[in-house]
Design a protein around this ligand. Structure first.
Ligand code: ZN
Ligand code: ZN
Ligand code: ZN
Length: 239
């Protein structure tokens, strides 16, 4: 299956190289041979890469280009439909292949930065239907899921302190550490063992803001460290 995909994408790539050369010559774009080299290097990776990373790949392949020339070629590749630029939250723009007639979406790990691609036909139809039901004419869309990849998730201890939980995560309180004083304070704030809480903000700099039932609580680092929690897997229902 994976091998088949590889073979298909290779034949796509040789088609793309010849279209690129023809189109760029017709359009009177200069230095087509050098740009073709950049396209080949770009098509040789299946990663989502920055302009700088593409320049580095070229260096490794023994081709030294002016970084601005690489950037300009990428812009042309986007304009003529060979590449597409993606903007993900909190990171530099990346470029990926643009294979005609193919669409995919992304899952982005906020811990290691890994970008995974996925295709879900059912989800695509749901999105198209949602737009249609709103009388909205959809031109394009993107679906981005931010979270932890399976490798990062399994690295994580099953039990962790609240300070390690991420903003947006729902966790269950499993224990309170520290002496009776800390326990008492947490309990008077309304927290109980077994509670399901949603982490609203955890910027990693100390304070954790969370929702427990209908109330919002702000815990300083000292107190947040004493709350042991367990990540709750996202619920997947068959629909
Ligand atoms: Zn999609
Ligand atoms: Zn990861
Ligand atoms: Zn992609």
């Amino acid at each position: 299956m994976a091998l088949l995909a590889k073979i298909n994408s290779n034949s796509h790539h040789s088609q793309e190289e010849s279209q690129f050369a023809r189109l760029f010559e017709e359009e009177g774009i200069d230095r087509v041979d050098e740009r073709l080299t950049i396209l080949r290097i770009f098509l040789g990776t299946e990663e989502h890469i920055t302009a700088h990373e593409l320049w580095e790949l070229a260096q490794k392949a023994g081709r030294s280009f002016d970084p601005e020339f690489v950037r300009e070629t990428l812009r042309l590749m986007c304009r003529y439909g060979f590449a597409q630029r993606r903007e993900f939250k909190d990171r530099e723009s990346v470029y990926e292949h643009r294979h005609l007639g193919q669409h995919h979406d992304h899952m982005i790990c906020i811990k290691c930065g890994k970008i995974e691609e996925f295709v879900d036909e059912k989800l695509e139809r749901h999105q198209a239907r949602a737009a249609f039901q709103h009388g909205f004419y959809m031109l394009q869309h993107r679906m981005e899921i931010y979270g932890l990849c399976s490798a990062c998730l399994s690295d994580r201890q099953m039990g962790m302190s609240l300070v390690q939980a991420k903003s947006g995560e729902t966790v269950a309180v499993t224990d309170f550490l520290g002496g009776a004083g800390a326990r008492h304070r947490l309990m008077t704030m309304g927290l109980k063992i077994g509670d399901r809480i949603e982490v609203i903000t955890n910027d990693g700099r100390g304070q954790v803001v969370l929702a427990a039932g209908n109330s919002r609580l702000a815990l300083g680092q000292g107190l947040a460290e004493k709350v042991m929690v367990q990540a709750l897997p996202s619920v997947v229902e068959d629909f």
